[in-house]
Ligand binder design. Structure first.
Ligand code: HEC
Length: 451
């Protein structure tokens, strides 16, 4: 028995590597925030495992993707729960990675010698938030890059799928390894040392011994149980919000961002029309650049919140802004598109079809009509007629907005010629100088009740 024990101990390098790792002394002031990093790693593993099983059933082809998700949900045993864990686990990962990064920001742990640890962490935040797919404009760019065009084909979906399950996780794995390696060499930043080089300037209580095992591992395990518990409960009892056929990249998908980008999308409402590029490009890229540059932008040698009033105030302002914009985005998203202002006259067949499409394609997600009914990411559609747009111009614009306005977030609507003409006719009918405004409801339009 003791032979077997010493065999294993020698072969796995217990004394040399694992034991010092297990019993390593950590700064005695480490608290719950220090468990965030391992939680993020745990969720990455959870995503990898559930993703592996889902990949056995998911078929990345336009005809079968939707069916295969249905099959996973209804036929595969535990399939619904598996997909639930992957879905909620993904959301939880974004939240925890964000909290982990925010903690680093406020605690100033990015300062020397941990600059590269921070940079690798920012890369991980960007990649885990799945930016190549979802960010307006940038996402659209990478989408187009990967598609080599705009048409959704079988190839597209296969490429997205391999991006999602091979390239991105592979990239993340590399950066996670690098990040953790750096944490190992430079150690965890000591919360009680308030300057960057680790000189203690406060010593509020006598140091007690705090090791990885058992003290820190206990805290991490507790935190993991809570997070995993919440994810499992959501997977069992929660409803995955209906995604339409978005997962299949159906060209008719509704233009909704992931919930964690809602705030970014909401920023667009402040920069309508020709200054849209500020919201869609300048702010996101600028924000990420500032995050990357933090170790070099922040000149003070102090680490603590109280010693860095400017960085702390700016960080807090951004955080409050993000939360506020997220709430605003959801508040607004709930009520848009219920009513549609139309001219008070009978519409011809093409205009009626356009109205129908306006509702089905959810144009109100970004457009108001005469100040009502929609959100204000795009221009008010009642102004189109004032601008003297021609039917031909509108058809071309709706089919491919980026050809006209390179940075716009408006999606391409690759519809048949008749539908495009109908949308153009409907937009041109919104002439409230000529006719009085009449309000009709979305339900009426859906029921074909537009008299
Ligand atoms: C994701 C948001 C979004 C959605 C959804 C959207 N649009 Fe737009 N749309 C915009 C933005 C932003 C612009 C401004 C583009 C610019 O000028 O740079 C715009 C511009 C337009 C214009 C040009 C207005 C003008 O005179 O310059 C028309 C017409 C238009 N949209 C129609 C539609 C229709 C019809 C739909 C639904 C099929 C739709 N949009 C869906 C964001 C959106």
């Amino acid at each position: 028995m003791s032979n077997l024990r010493s065999f294993i101990i020698n072969r796995i390098g217990w004394d040399l590597y694992l034991k010092p790792f297990m019993y390593k002394k950590l700064p005695s002031g480490l608290g719950w925030p220090a468990t965030m990093g391992s939680l993020c790693a745990l969720l990455f593993i959870l995503q990898a495992l559930t993703g592996m099983f889902l990949a056995m059933y998911y078929v990345p082809s336009p005809d079968l993707a939707y069916e295969s998700i249905n099959y996973i949900m209804n036929e595969v045993s535990m399939g619904r729960i598996l997909r639930g864990i992957h879905h909620w686990g993904g959301g939880a990962m974004v939240v925890l990675v964000f909290i982990h990064m925010m903690h680093g920001f406020f605690a100033g742990t990015f300062k020397a010698p941990r600059e590269l640890t921070w940079v690798a962490g920012v890369v991980l935040t960007v990649v885990s938030a799945n930016i190549p797919k979802d960010i307006p404009v940038i996402g659209d760019f990478t989408t187009r890059l990967m598609l080599g065009g705009d048409r959704v084909s079988g190839l597209t979906l296969t490429r997205f799928f391999s991006m999602h399950m091979l390239l991105l996780p592979g990239l993340m794995l590399g950066f996670i390894g690098f990040h953790i390696y750096l944490v190992r060499i430079h150690g965890v930043a000591d919360p009680l040392a308030s300057d960057a080089v680790g000189k203690k300037h406060v010593k509020p209580f006598p140091q007690h011994i705090y090791r990885f095992y058992p003290e820190h591992l206990f805290k991490s395990t507790m935190a993991s149980v809570i997070v995993l518990g919440v994810i499992f409960l959501l997977a069992i009892y929660g409803q995955i919000p209906f995604e339409g056929k978005a997962g299949t990249l159906d060209p008719d998908y509704l233009p909704r961002p992931e919930w964690y980008y809602m705030w970014l999308f909401q920023i667009l409402t402040f920069f309508p029309g020709s200054v849209e590029v500020i919201g869609s490009l300048v702010i996101p890229i600028g924000g990420v650049a500032i995050l990357f540059g933090m170790p070099w932008l922040s000149q003070s040698k102090w680490r603590g919140v109280a010693d860095r009033p400017i960085a702390t105030a700016m960080g807090a302002l951004c955080l409050i802004g993000i939360i506020y914009l997220t709430l605003m985005g959801f508040g607004g998203a709930r009520s848009y598109g219920r009513i549609i202002p139309v001219p008070d006259r009978s519409l011809n067949a093409s205009e009626l079809k356009g109205l129908q499409l306006f509702v089905e394609l959810d144009c109100a997600y970004c457009h108001n009509i005469n100040g009502r009914g929609g959100r204000i990411i795009g221009p008010d559609l009642a102004n189109v007629v004032v601008r003297d747009r021609s039917q031909a111009w509108l058809i071309k614009f709706i089919k491919d907005p980026q050809a006209e306005s390179r940075w716009t977030t408006m999606p391409k609507y690759n519809l048949d010629e008749e539908s495009l003409k109908a949308l153009a006719d409907f937009v041109l009918a919104l002439d409230f100088k000529e006719h009085r405004m009449k309000i009709i409801s979305r339900t009426d339009v859906k029921a074909g009740n537009t008299k």
